[in-house]
Design a protein around this ligand. Structure first.
Ligand code: BES
Ligand code: ZN
Length: 410
């Protein structure tokens, strides 16, 4: 028997003998200590484990049974009430490079000004944001498909439909494009709407959320509405797009609004996009992540995630909230390693922030279940609209790069 067949047979036998559901291919993944311990306790198949000491915690890079990962995420949420975040890597080398970049924490972008100097423009547009628009987008995304998983028909259709509706928003603007970003390893595409900057088009400001949904092991017929996780984030940012475009706002920097594919399976969509941008030397001056915006779960309005995000930009986002939305209660918390797509920007050397719906002890308990529906938020988007307001202020203040130009005299 040739050696590879022998290895295959012995691993198959081991799987059968242990009797776990362990049947998936091995993938490269990195995760924090808690997640790693849980995986070990569950008896998940893993190989070539290597610890990497980051300044804040030890991260484990390994080859692991892909089918153990959905359960891992569920167990960490249930037992530890935080994310069992992990990043899936294309190879060991790519995993090591990602961890090395987390360590160095240096980004390719230059210094940016966080001065708040576009109040006239921001205050003119804030009242145009409508809760009813955000609500209907959440309802649409969470009811039009059985699920938006990265491999299913629903997931593919959600991407195609979103691209279509963003194209309608962009109609008539020659400086606005909508493109789907194809991922060669799975069928769901990410969607990117770009408003080209007038004077500094090469500098990009990113506002993103993830389009996919999950209930753990998800297939064609799984019911995964993902109303909060993360139809809410996509709906919140889409409302910013609507208002910016209908008002004719033109940023000096380029603005990109991104609905990422395949976040729920290890940040795969955003990791591909952020790595592509880094490889091309694209200057992303800042990224804002909106993932779960519509479940208040306590008295805080906005919880700034402090780990794997950029402290200076986080302060800018807090300053924006204090200046434009002074009634909001803004607090801090940490969500753990790689809990959402902001980590993909951070690991590629970019500046990212993640304003979140609630503290870790109070986030929506229905995520990743068939019960993640908008009725859990009282059938309104009252909470999500706050994140639209914050994102609008961020888009204009960072997108304008200095005071907005004085309107020409008539
Ligand atoms: N929206 C969640 C992230 C989240 C959940 C942040 C609860 C804070 C509190 C995201 O979609 C998610 O589910 N992330 C996974 C990790 C991912 C890399 C597979 C998770 O939390 O298990
Ligand atoms: Zn999720």
């Amino acid at each position: 028997m040739n050696p590879s067949r022998a290895a295959w047979l012995s691993s198959t036998l081991a799987t059968c003998l242990v009797g776990t559901a362990s049947a998936g291919p091995l993938v490269w993944a990195s995760m924090g200590e808690d997640a790693y311990r849980l995986l070990r306790r569950a008896g998940a198949q893993m190989e070539q484990v290597e610890p990497h000491a980051l300044p804040s915690e030890t991260i484990y890079l390994m080859r692991v049974d892909e089918d153990a990962l959905p359960r891992l995420s569920r167990d960490v949420h249930e037992q530890l009430h935080r994310c069992g975040g992990y990043i899936v890597h294309a190879s060991r080398a790519e995993g090591r490079q990602t961890l090395a970049r987390f360590k160095s924490g240096v980004g390719p972008q230059g210094k940016v000004s966080y001065a708040i100097d576009d109040a006239a423009e921001v205050n003119a547009l804030l009242p145009q944001l409508q809760e009813s628009q955000v609500r209907s987008s959440i309802v649409q995304l969470s009811t039009a498909y059985k699920n938006r998983y990265y491999t299913t028909t629903g997931g593919v259709n959600a991407s195609d439909d979103l691209a279509q509706s963003w194209k309608q928003l962009a109609a008539g603007r020659t400086d606005v494009t909508v493109k789907q970003f194809t991922h060669p390893s799975w069928p769901q595409k990410s969607v990117i709407l770009t408003i080209k900057g007038t004077t500094r088009p090469k500098q990009i400001v990113v506002i993103g959320g993830h389009l996919d949904s999950t209930v753990g092991f998800t297939n064609e017929n799984s019911i995964a509405p993902g109303a909060d996780d993360d139809a809410s984030g996509v709906a919140s940012l889409q409302e910013v797009v609507r208002v910016l475009l209908t008002s004719g706002y033109q940023p000096r920097r380029t603005l990109q609004f991104i609905a990422y594919a395949a976040e729920e399976v290890g940040l795969r969509g955003s990791a591909a996009i952020a790595a592509d941008y880094r490889a091309k030397g694209k200057k992303v001056v800042g990224a804002l992540q909106l993932d779960m915006t519509n479940y208040q779960g306590g008295t805080n309005d906005i919880t700034m995630i402090t780990d794997y995000t950029n402290a200076a930009q986080n302060q800018f986002v807090r300053d924006l909230a204090a200046y434009y939305l002074p009634t909001l209660v803004v607090k801090n918390d940490a969500c753990g390693y790689a809990c959402s797509d902001h980590a993909s920007w951070t690991s590629n050397g970019y500046v990212a922030s993640f304003p979140f719906e609630a503290p870790m002890s109070q986030y929506n308990p229905y995520i990743h279940t068939s019960q993640d529906t908008i009725d859990k938020s009282g059938n309104t988007a009252d909470h999500a609209i706050k994140f639209s307001r914050l994102a609008l202020a961020y888009a204009i203040e960072l997108g304008s790069d200095g005071p907005a130009p004085v309107a020409p005299r008539k």
